[in-house]
Structures are given as C-alpha cells and as structure tokens.
Design a protein around this ligand. Structure first.
Ligand code: ATP
Ligand code: MG
Length: 174
C-alpha cells in the first residue's frame, strides 16, 4: 500500500491523505481522534459489506455527519493505492488505485478511475490474496472473541485461513 485517501468518511470531513512506507506503519493519536476509523476505511474500500463490523448501525452512517458544527457530507470516499511495479495485479499500470464512494443510494467502485462492480474489485484483490472479510485484518475485540469462542467455531476460522473451507465449498457445489 502506498497511500489511503479518506474524504467525508466518518470523522474525516476534509480530504486526508495517509502515506504508507513499505515497512512497518503505525497510527498513533489520542482517544477518539480517528485511528479505528482508518481501519474501518481500509475495510470499507476493500469491499466489506457488514456495517456493524465497521462500527455503525447502517452503511449511510459511514458518511461524515457534520460533527458538532460542520455541514454533513453528501457522500464518503475512500481510495487505496497499491504499487504494481511487480505486476501482481494483471494491469499494465505501475499503480492500482481502488476507490469506493458511498451515497444514500449505495456504493460505487472504481479501479484506476474506471467504474467497476464490487465483484470485479474483489476478484482483483484476491490476486494479491486480499479479502475484505479475511483474517489478515485483526480488529479491536477480535482476539478476545477468538479466545472465548467454542472449539468448533475456532476450527472453522482455521479452516478458512488455511483455505480448507474453500475446497469444502467446491466439494459441496460439485
Ligand atoms: P480510541 O483510542 O478510543 O480507540 P480512536 O482514535 O480509535 O479512539 P475512532 O473510534 O476512530 O477513535 O473515532 C471516534 C470518533 O469518530 C468519534 O468522535 C465519533 O463521533 C467520530 N465519528 C464516527 N462516525 C462519524 C461520522 N459518521 N461522522 C462524524 N464523526 C464520526
Ligand atoms: Mg480505536
């Protein structure tokens, strides 16, 4: 990831660029300053569907609500830019920018500024083994959940991470 741009999403009223370097990146800030909102923005742009997992009741609550004394936004936009110098994504360009815009009426996805369906975005991301519901993203509370869940539930997660469940699904379909 080279950059994430957030505009009108949750507490990010004005357009904000977050630049990543290629090593370890860490986001720091006081309580309530928007750190977790950046994590939510990441899940959002990768195509996550569950509003609750992004800590809102419904998707439209992801749009900046005006806070104390500003005008609410009409839409929210998050863009993530990946380097494609090694051509992991089968696209000519040196960079792949994926964006998702949400309005009251739904989501619009773009790949390098061209409108695409969510499925097309998910398929492209899967080439880099990125999955918006995947366990490469560990959210606050997840560890407690893993510790407290039943053995059967935990096994399901291990099967998912190890790609076993993928074959179970294919077997089922066949
Ligand atoms: P902590 O250290 O407590 O975990 P944090 O830095 O992770 O804090 P966040 O949870 O990212 O903080 O941000 C919380 C703030 O985001 C709250 O002030 C909340 O009002 C604001 N917020 C959430 N959704 C919206 C929205 N739709 N519009 C405006 N502000 C929002
Ligand atoms: Mg937080």
């Amino acid at each position: 990831v080279k950059r994430i741009t957030i505009h009108g999403f949750k507490s990010f009223a004005s357009k904000t660029d977050i630049i990543f370097n290629d090593k370890f990146n860490c986001i720091l800030g006081p309580n309530g300053s928007g750190k977790s909102n950046i994590g939510d923005a990441l899940c959002f742009v990768l195509g996550r569907l569950s509003a609750k997992s992004m800590r809102v009741e419904k998707a439209s609550n992801l749009i900046f609500n005006g806070g104390k004394n500003k005008k609410p936004a009409t839409h929210a936009m998050v863009e993530i830019v990946f380097t494609n110098e090694d051509h992991i994504f089968p696209i000519q360009a040196q960079e792949v920018a994926i964006s998702r815009t949400i309005t009251e009426s739904g989501s619009i996805y773009r790949i390098n500024d061209k409108k695409m369906t969510r499925t097309e975005v998910i398929d492209l991301l899967s080439m880099s083994r990125i999955n918006p519901e995947g366990y490469n993203i560990i959210l606050q509370g997840d560890i407690t959940k893993f510790v407290e869940m039943s053995g059967v539930e935990r096994r399901k997660i291990i099967e998912e991470i190890s790609d076993v469940s993928l074959y179970e699904e294919k077997k089922h379909k066949a």
